[in-house]
Ligand binder design. Sequence first.
Ligand SMILES: Cc1cc2nc3c(=O)[nH]c(=O)nc-3n(C[C@H](O)[C@H](O)[C@H](O)COP(=O)(O)O)c2cc1C
Length: 156
Amino acid sequence: MEVLVVYDSVSPSKVTMKVAQTIAEELKAKGVNADCLYCKDCDRERVKGYGVLIVGAPTMAFRPSKEIAEFLGALREEDVKGKMGAAFDTQIRSALSGNAAKGIEKRLSGLGVSIFKPHLVAYVQGKGKNTWELRDGELEKVRKWAQEAAEAILQG
Ligand SMILES: Cc1cc2nc3c(=O)[nH]c(=O)nc-3n(C[C@H](O)[C@H](O)[C@H](O)COP(=O)(O)O)c2cc1C
């Protein structure tokens, strides 16, 4: 089953892009065919060719970033119904962070996507003015999540 990882990434640090690419790399290492696309380089037609859709974004103002919300908003049930799907986000580790991944998951579910794995949260920390990095241990968490996702996908 072919997997499409679609992401948004807003800051110059491109942390969410790195998370998306790591997920795609781990899937491929486990023998799963995976492509990884920036959400503005992807549209409804492109999504139709995949059996699995994994969507991620930075959490901004407690919700998914604007571009990923637009990408998801343009999808129609007929494009994705019956596919397997999962969500991920990057966010600050705080009780007040909000959670983009939950919003993405909800939208995917509403479109008839079957959520095959609970969402992944990758925690970031600020390094300076709009400069971000993954916190210690988060990249390993991402890799583990992707390996488990690969196993679930291979099982169908
Ligand atoms: C305008 C703005 C709003 C943000 N709002 C939130 C937020 O509500 N919750 C949170 O956890 N992080 C928030 N952040 C931090 C982002 O989640 C962080 O910039 C992002 O994870 C970096 O990923 P990227 O490099 O892929 O853009 C915000 C950042 C900016 C610039």
